[in-house]
Structures are given as structure tokens and as C-alpha cells.
Design a protein around this ligand. Structure first.
Ligand code: KG4
Ligand code: ZN
Length: 331
């Protein structure tokens, strides 16, 4: 079975073709980062227009790369939410219309389910059940995953998502949007221990997160200590340690609470090297295993949507002719 996946929920146009016997046959990605950089964040209308320009050419490129025609595609999956309404509508409209023209089934995929299943694209695949830490620009979720579509949310952020906190703090440090990866690079030059940031909500029971206070803590530290090159790196280091420690503490709690031994991390922030290393150490200590996607499948991409779509297609979960998206949609 072979599925074409379309991702357009935010500022990346991702197109991929996944075959359940052969794996990923094509992976095309166009990032709008440069388009939005001057504005310090994603401008929804510009994002929609750029998806309009890129979606069909990337689908043509994906078919060429995979060396197949529409007749060899068994279904079309598109991200139906959560995300920016206009951006989602572009992918959904193209996906649903092509499915009708090609006489194929269409599948509406939840963006976070895409992230959650992205580690399944790797050679070493986690067996169910497992705990998933989903850390992206819009969401921070701890989920118990018992199977495809069997998700129990154990904890989530009550304010900023982890990626959002990275981006906002990066902005305070003078880095361009989205600054998560740049902040991580700056943190590598920082001196450990010069600043100690709080580990929010770790001193009480529960699995929820709160990251907005860390950004305020960073702003106050910049105000009192200045922002020379050295101080910026030390602040970035302290901030990253606080986020990673907090995520690791809650993962450990979730694993203990459920008795599970497998941990999956996915979403843009799962590309963070310190987070990967610390969770690897944790799982060694707990005699468990950690799984994560390769960096290009951590951030938004079409491959994860094609994979999730194929699972939903196998389960017969296709959609009718109406083009529907859900900008807000819980997992
Ligand atoms: O999953 P994603 O591509 O988009 C959403 O669904 O939101 O995640 C993007 C987020 C951004 O906040 C970005 O700054 C963050 O992931 N990110 C990182 C790193 N790479 C991307 N944060 C920390 N360290 C990184 N290496
Ligand atoms: Zn995402």
C-alpha cells in the first residue's frame, strides 16, 4: 500500500510518498522560514499563499522522485489540524481534490499524531505500549500510546509550548525566528552553573508543564546582567538546562506511574541534542529504551503524515467529499 502525504499546517510545505513494504519513496520539503523572518513570527496570510505556490509542484516532484504515477498511489493523506486555518485549507483542498480526480480515498490526519508516529519511519521501531513526549512549537504533550489511535494524554503545557519558550527566549537573546536551534547552538558556548533557572512545576505531583515563566526569568536576567556575548551564551545554557531537566523529570514520572519502559520523543524540539542525550541517560538508568526520529522527521514534514495516513487508511478511516479542517483539535 502506498500513500501520498501532504503537510501544510504552519510554515513548511511537506510532501512525501510512503510505501508500507518499501518505506519512504520520496520526501520533499519547502520551508518558509526566510519569508517570515523579517516579521519575527509566522504571518498566516503569507503562509497560505506560499503553500498555494508550492504544494502542486512539490507533489509533481515527489511522484517523479518515487518514479510512480497517480495510479500507483492508494490514498492521499493531508494534515487537517491543528494549525493555521488558511494554511491547513490549502493542503486539505489540494489533497481532497486530487483524491477525487484520481478516484482514490482521502484521509484527514491529526498533525500531532503525525509527530507521534514519526519514529516508526526509522529502522528501530518502538513496540506498543510506550510513553511519547511530544514537544513542538505549538504543543507539549506526554501521552500514553497503547496503539494506533489509542492515546491517553497524561500531561500537557498549561501555557507556552516548549518550542514556543525556546523561540521567545531566543528572540530576547537577539536570535532570528524560529530561534530554538540557534539558541541550542549558543548554549553550547555557555558556562554551566553561572545562572540557575527554575524547573517549573517539578516540586509538586502531576505531569503538566508550564514554560512561560522561564522566558520571564530570562528577560529579568538579561535586564540585571546585561547581554554581552558571554552572558547571552550563559543564559541560553541555563535556559536549555532548565527546559531539558523539566522534560526529563516529567518523563521519568510518567514512566514510573505507568510502569512502561519505552519512551518516544518527537516534534521539533526533539531535534535538541541535549534533550536526546539526557533522555538517553535516563533510559539507561531505568533500563528502558528511547526512540526518536532523525532530525528531518522531528520538525514538520510530509513523511509523518503519509505514514499516519496509511495506518488510518488501513483502518478504513477515510473522509467524504467535504473539505474540512480543524485549527483546534485535541489528540
Ligand atoms: O514540530 P515543529 O517543526 O512545528 C510545530 O508543529 O510547531 O516544531 C518547531 C519548533 C520550533 O519552536 C523550533 O524552535 C523548535 O521546534 N526546534 C528546536 C530545535 N529545532 C527546532 N528547539 C530546540 N532545539 C532544537 N535543536
Ligand atoms: Zn509540528
Amino acid at each position: 500500500m502506498r500513500v501520498l502525504g501532504i503537510e501544510s499546517s504552519c510554515d513548511e510545505t511537506g510532501i512525501a510518498i510512503y510505501d508500507d513494504a518499501l518505506g519512504i519513496l520520496s520526501h520533499q520539503l519547502y520551508s518558509q522560514v526566510k519569508l517570515h523572518a523579517d516579521y519575527g513570527g509566522v504571518v498566516p496570510e503569507l503562509a497560505s499563499r506560499d503553500h498555494v505556490r508550492k504544494t502542486l509542484p512539490l507533489i509533481q516532484a515527489a511522484l517523479a522522485e518515487a518514479g510512480c504515477g497517480p495510479e500507483q498511489i492508494d490514498g492521499i493523506a493531508y494534515t487537517a489540524g491543528p494549525g493555521l486555518v488558511g494554511a491547513l485549507l490549502v493542503g486539505a483542498t489540494v489533497g481532497r481534490s486530487l483524491a477525487m480526480a484520481w478516484n482514490k480515498p482521502a484521509v484527514a490526519v491529526h498533525h500531532m499524531e503525525g509527530h507521534l508516529l514519526a519514529p516508526m519511519l526509522e529502522a528501530r521501531v518502538p513496540a506498543f505500549p510506550f510513553i511519547a513526549l511530544l514537544v513542538s512549537g505549538g504543543h507539549t504533550l506526554l501521552v500514553q500510546v497503547d496503539g494506533i489511535g489509542r492515546y491517553q494524554i497524561l500531561g500537557e503545557s498549561i501555557d507556552d509550548a516548549a518550542g514556543e519558550a525556546f523561540d521567545k527566549t531566543a528572540k530576547l537573546l537577539g536570535l532570528d525566528y524560529p530561534g530554538g536551534a540557534a539558541l541550542a547552538r549558543l548554549a553550547e558556548q555557555g558556562t554551566p552553573g553561572r545562572f540557575i533557572f527554575p524547573r517549573p512545576m517539578t516540586d509538586r505531583p502531576g505531569l503538566d508543564f508550564s514554560f512561560s515563566g522561564l522566558k520571564t526569568f530570562a528577560a529579568n536576567t538579561i535586564r540585571s546582567e546585561g547581554h554581552d556575548e558571554k552572558t547571552r551564551a550563559d543564559i541560553a545554557h541555563a535556559f536549555q538546562c532548565a527546559v531539558v531537566d523539566t522534560l526529563a523529570i516529567k518523563c521519568k514520572r510518567a514512566l514510573k506511574q505507568t510502569g512502561l519502559k519505552r519512551l518516544v520523543i518527537a516534534g521539533g524540539v526533539s531535534a535538541n541534542r541535549q534533550l536526546r542525550e539526557q533522555l538517553q541517560t535516563l533510559m539507561l538508568e531505568l533500563k528502558g529504551e528511547v526512540f526518536y526520529p532523525r532530525p528531518e522527521y522531528c520538525t514538520d514534514n510530509g513523511a509523518m503524515i503519509a505514514y499516519a495516513g496509511l495506518q488510518r487508511l488501513k483502518a478504513g478511516q477515510t473522509v467524504g467529499l467535504a473539505i474540512q479542517v480543524q485549527p483546534r483539535w485535541s489528540l
